[in-house]
Design a protein around this ligand. Structure first.
Ligand SMILES: NC(=O)c1ccc[n+]([C@@H]2O[C@H](COP(=O)([O-])OP(=O)(O)OC[C@H]3O[C@@H](n4cnc5c(N)ncnc54)[C@H](O)[C@@H]3O)[C@@H](O)[C@H]2O)c1
Length: 344
């Protein structure tokens, strides 16, 4: 009698991975940490030009068994991103990698078009060839330009007033065409002002251009004084009004957007903000309350190109994606403050 031994291996469907471009940066790392905690296998693709290796190490340390791969590469090099799709089984992409400083984009527009537009084209082309058909993209309120009305809804005209906003709008248009012609579906999320931190990771830009970390940095640097630009706007206290959205709420929307695409959702775009605004003075006071002391301030002239009021109408993200921002500005500033102290 011949005995045939049959080895029965547990059959596990290999889990497809999610590619997070710019995952070593501020918002991308917050998305990565959430995906890891949800047990997803991810590939982080980042040049580390602006992101941090330490952030990637933290992300890896959080994993309880799911794969966290890191590829150091530049979207401007087509072969860098193509090799990711050759090596890994990618199901969807969350695309954060970009340059995002408005003032720098005014001085050096080519840098922005080359990185943000050409870099994204390389990504989309690699996705198309690898037959990866879902992408969530970090767009911005800067695609609207000077608001004609507030709150700004998604049908508000998109007329950017700087190359950064132009570069993001160009990518939105390219994504529409890729969706129509190749069936590569996208969700474009237009962020307003992102604040706050997870605590293990946080906002770490060099140089820092955002309000909350800059106020908090001025507390931690000896003799630090915060420069407040523009105190003569036609607003309730003379300073600009912005819509501050907590990074954890922002990431909720990315997770919902991925699941929307998984369920076959069509290409679409959504504002991510709170439907409410705070003035620079109000944010500054919140920082003082959280820090527990007076912060030195120097009131300066307006900066060119700063609209008085930017507030998102967020109804569409609520109704289509089922998104609901939860965190208060106070909570965002508290988490930013504890992160800033860690960073210092
Ligand atoms: N922070 C905000 O308030 C805000 C608001 C609106 C939109 N956004 C958008 O959100 C995204 C993330 O912003 P962030 O604040 O986390 O920025 P960030 O600079 O912290 O992160 C961007 C990451 O992308 C990487 N990167 C840039 N170009 C790359 C390239 N060619 N190849 C590979 N990696 C590259 C950088 O090294 C960095 O780690 C950006 O697309 C930005 O335009 C941010």
């Amino acid at each position: 009698m011949t005995v045939v031994t049959i080895h029965i291996y547990p059959y596990v469907t290999p889990q497809c991975m999610i590619l997070v471009t710019g995952g070593a940066g501020y918002i991308g790392s917050h998305c990565a940490i959430r995906l890891i905690e949800e047990g997803k296998d991810i590939v982080i693709f980042d040049s580390l030009e602006l992101g941090h290796k330490e952030t990637v190490d933290t992300l890896r340390s959080v994993s309880k068994g799911s794969k966290v791969e890191f590829v150091q590469g530049d979207l401007k090099n087509p072969s860098d991103i193509r090799s990711v799709f050759e090596k890994y089984d990618i199901d969807a992409v969350v695309h954060f990698a970009a340059y995002s400083q408005v003032a720098e984009s005014m001085k050096d527009p080519q840098k922005y078009y080359y990185n943000n537009v050409y870099g994204t084209l390389n990504l989309l082309s690699a996705m198309k060839d690898a037959r990866v058909g879902k992408i969530v993209f970090s767009s911005t309120a800067a695609t609207y330009g000077e608001p004609e009305y507030v709150p700004i809804d998604e049908v508000h005209p998109q007329m950017p007033i700087n190359p950064y906003g132009n570069s993001k709008l160009m990518v939105e248009r390219i994504m529409d065409d890729y969706s129509r012609a190749y069936g590569l579906r996208s969700v474009r999320l237009r962020y307003f002002n992102v604040v706050g931190a997870d605590g293990r990771i946080g906002e770490w830009h060099v140089p820092e251009t955002h309000l909350v970390p800059n106020v908090l940095k001025s507390v931690l640097s000896p003799g630090g004084v915060f420069s407040m630009f523009g105190t003569d706007y036609d607003t309730r206290d003379g300073t600009c009004v912005r819509d501050y959205i907590d990074v954890r709420d922002l990431i909720d929307a990315h997770i919902l957007a991925l699941s929307y695409l998984d369920k076959g959702g069509e290409t679409d775009y959504f504002n991510l903000g709170t439907n409410d605004g705070s003035t620079v003075r109000e944010v500054f006071s919140e920082c003082e309350a959280v820090v527990g002391s007076k912060i030195q301030v120097n009131e300066c002239a307006r900066r060119p190109g700063d609209p008085a009021v930017l507030i998102a109408d967020n109804q569409k993200a609520k109704s289509v994606l089922g998104w609901e921002p939860k965190h208060t500005l106070k909570e965002s500033v508290e988490t930013a403050w504890s992160w800033e102290q860690k960073l210092n």
